[in-house]
Design a protein around this ligand. Sequence first.
Ligand code: NAD
Length: 637
Amino acid sequence: MTDINIRKDGRAGRITLTRPKALNALSYDMCLAVERAIDRWRDDASVDLVLIDAEGEKAFCAGGDIAEMYRTGTAGDFDYGRKFWRDEYRMNAKLAEYPKPVVSFLHGFTMGGGVGLGCHGSHRIVGESSQIAMPEVGIGLIPDVGGTYLLSRAPGRIGEYLGITASRMAAGDAIFAGFADSFVPEAQWQSFKERLCTTGDITSLEEAATTPPDSALAAQQSEIDALFAGEGLQDIHNLLATNDGDLAQKTLKALNRNAPLAMALTIEMLHRLRSPSLTIRKALEMEYRVSHRIMEHGDFLEGIRAQIIDKDKSPKWQYADGSVPAVAVSKILMPLGAEKLDFKESAMKIGFIGLGNMGGPMAANLAKAGHEVSGFDVAGVEIDGVTSVETGPAAAEGADVVITMLPNGSILRAVADTVIPAMKPGAVLLDCSTVDVDSARAVAQQAKAANLGALDAPVSGGIGGAAGGTLTFMVGGNDEAFAIAKPLFDIMGQKAVHCGEAGNGQAAKICNNMVLGVTMIATCEAFALADKLGLSREAMFDVVSTSSGYSWSMNAYCPAPGVGPTSPADNGYLPGFAAELMLKDLRLSQQAAEAADADTPMGEEATALYARFVEDEDGLGQDFSAMLLRFEKRGRG
Ligand code: NAD
């Protein structure tokens, strides 16, 4: 994305806004990119702190990008705005609660959405040019993105004053009001940033920070406290109107420009929020009640029209005389019930291709978790909760993530050829099939050329794991695509190991399955030998499953019917994991071993045995654990 530069720099995870021509206005995609980055860095031991800054001279970030909200909202579609706010507020909460230092450099204008991005971290730095404000009441909205949290914690009635006048704070004011922490002269920012990146050590801020300039706001506090002591907007109005002082008269002028309903809401929210149990989530949840309803019932669209679209600066506010009925305020602040802000990741649109033994239950789990899943399988399979479509490209169209779960690499390549052109830019192609490393890398390259993310993420855990959502994913591909797919891995599995670049997931998978093929054969051999030695299968299982011979093949997928947990052996060896698929994986391991010049004699032997079982005997169509039947029938000769 060109509007934001996310990277690692030394010990820092860095987020730089790169839209200076638009005063670095925060778009929906930028919010999501910030969230993905901080999610990724939370458990990344190579990142000690997060550094947020912006290009250009004028602004750190002058607000949210509201043009699309206006376009959709005036067409009667309120969902886009709600989704934007829901996801942005979740990102704001994550920044406020981040376990590592978040250092923001707030030069020039920091307003609205910029406050949400820059003023919730642990170390907020201001300089000579800083101008911070929450100007939302000027467009009919309340101070959101966690603004009510900061305002309700400001000293005395400073929060009410800033919230409904939209006044700008210079550096000293911002520190006084709790929107910033430290003043560092801007001439030193570059060298200080470099030091932070090199050392990852935030304690160097103590040296860099100097005494902030005096705060004009602090000097006015006692007067502001008196003027803003009223219960509601009307009381404040009355106090201001009966006071001849400069501050009162200037303030009154400011209030006359702003939306009365939004101002009344702001006052009420600050009063409700000001309590010892206040958290950022509580504030954001209340803010979302307003933003959820404001396009439909408030002045937000009219405010944008007057200020930004037509620029006539004469909005037609509701309750223009300033007397906002209490019921209008309480109606907008009513709890939202099921629509409440729950800080969960939004539903994704998913295309799922290949709905067989594994893909079917995986797709069902994604649908159950609330994602919108369209599925396609040449066999015309129907899965509960999944919308069946007629072709692969139809499943891929408009999807955020397209998942493939197919028999082999050549089918994957053929499917990718048709599906990649149908995918939207930025979407991720997530292949969970087990295929050869070359196919995985070729498909990833093809996807990258089409501006898509790509991951190879084969699984282990079998159909039980697919149904129970306990698979392990071995993932190859870049960090960004991994972060997008991570919430889906969390639904379909219990663990996702990021193994490196494209193809590395398949490399991990074939190594794992070489172990599995070998241990399954050894387990079957041992059962057949135990039979001949007169040892009961139950006793054999009890001993081996708790002794040094234990393995997943014995303990979780026992090849002997009636013994251990339920497995395909208890179901007439219906796959499960078909013997021919095991043969496929073993061959992939030998193909890779050959190419890498690795000596794998056990893998080679297991491949030969499964080849005989599937191609010359009766293994085709049986579960891979049916290998036991083969040994039961045979003697040494
Ligand atoms: P499966 O044969 O049950 O499912 C594959 C599905 O793909 C089938 O329903 C088939 O109709 C469909 N298909 C084939 N070509 C298609 C196309 N061009 N377009 C759309 N659909 C198509 O196999 P499975 O057991 O679900 O395994 C799928 C993948 O997962 C394989 O790569 C396998 O190696 C791997 N895997 C399986 C297990 C297991 O226990 N079954 C475990 C781990 C990994």
